[in-house]
Design a protein around this ligand. Sequence first.
Ligand SMILES: [Fe+2]
Length: 289
Amino acid sequence: MIIGQITDFHVTTPGGEADRRYRTAEHLEAAVAHLNALAVRPDVVVATGDLVDGGTVEEYQRLRRLLEPLTMPVYLIPGNHDDRANLRTVFSDHSYLPREGPFLHYAVEDHPLRLLALDTVVPGEIGGALCEARLAWIEARLTAAPPRPTFVFMHHPPFRTGVGWSDGAAGLGGADPFGETVSRHPEIERIVCGHVHRPIQAHWRGTVASTAPATAHQLVLALGPASKIAAVMEPPACQLHLWAARRGRGQPHQLHWRVRDALRRLNPTGSCGSHWGAPRPPRRAFWSR
Ligand SMILES: [Fe+2]
């Protein structure tokens, strides 16, 4: 089974700030075309939050039009830029989304891997949380049926990334009790996240956890406690998670990282930044090499 992961689209209405600065809608359109054009396409796609930038109905309607060409099922979860009610309204025909209740978390049992989607949103906050109610829901889903290989996806990473802002106020509350749950469930093959706009991998609580690059703008790699959030036009990408049933001591899971071919069409010089009509990004010299 191949799971495609795309994340942090930050779609706005036409002319919105993210649209002007980073061309987020155009980048998502290219990401969708890229996934559809792969020689071996993902069986499903998961979108790990910050689907739109301002959480408005109009933004979700634009997002819906942009995702429609995908030829495989797509599963959505919210990030800190999302609005649960508006997401639920515009995607009301996405039957996996719970129709009621405070959280947009769900389990999908239709595939060789169980998909477990977690909602880490705390409205109005950059950081996220897994509160007692959400932790209880996760435990119940994992214990309700006999264990089967499980793929968890969520917006905020539960592990320490080394990037100060992500490990501080913009991090995940409840990560420790969630980690205790994860340690008790070796059937969790992987935990994949967004939020950081960068690819990071960690061995965490007996499984592998990762974040993915965003489909448009990335965030500057700034290790250390004093790091600040700053956007940079490093290449957008998606991740492909290839999973095969474990045989003996075989390797069950591989991660493939695809820098989108479409970037070259959007930016044929290969020199990110000058193309965007925005102030020169801080790392332009790096990409000009
Ligand atoms: Fe984001």
